[in-house]
Design a protein around this ligand. Sequence first.
Ligand code: THU
Length: 130
Amino acid sequence: MTLLKAATAIREMAYAPYSNFKVGAAIRAASGKVYSGCNVENVAFPEGTCAEAGAIAAMVASGDTEIVEVLVIADSPMPVSPCGGCRQKLAEFSAGKVRVTMATTGGKTQQTTVGDLLPGAFVPGHMEDS
Ligand code: THU
């Protein structure tokens, strides 16, 4: 299944009664499997979760931990950009060169990489003894 198809389909399932902004995300893992997620909001706003977080949770729960490609889609005027927290979440499981396609339901796309989305990322090396 293509990432675009998977993300487009799961976006419809988003629970976004507060923002009315439905987002779908799809991830291809190194195994070749595709995982997808949608945003799930909450009346206590900070408790809501992003589409990317849902896709990552599905991936990890199925035993995959290496992301090779990402796509995010929303009904927005310009391709939707992963939030700061999701950039860190994606970086946990991705090499810097991993391609991220940001898309709109209207057909616009823009490509970047996980590394370009999060320059200067906090990495495990920062926690080593000096
Ligand atoms: N959102 C995502 O799910 N992913 C993104 O990349 C950007 C923002 C969600 C969070 C919230 O439910 C809604 O979009 C509005 O911020």
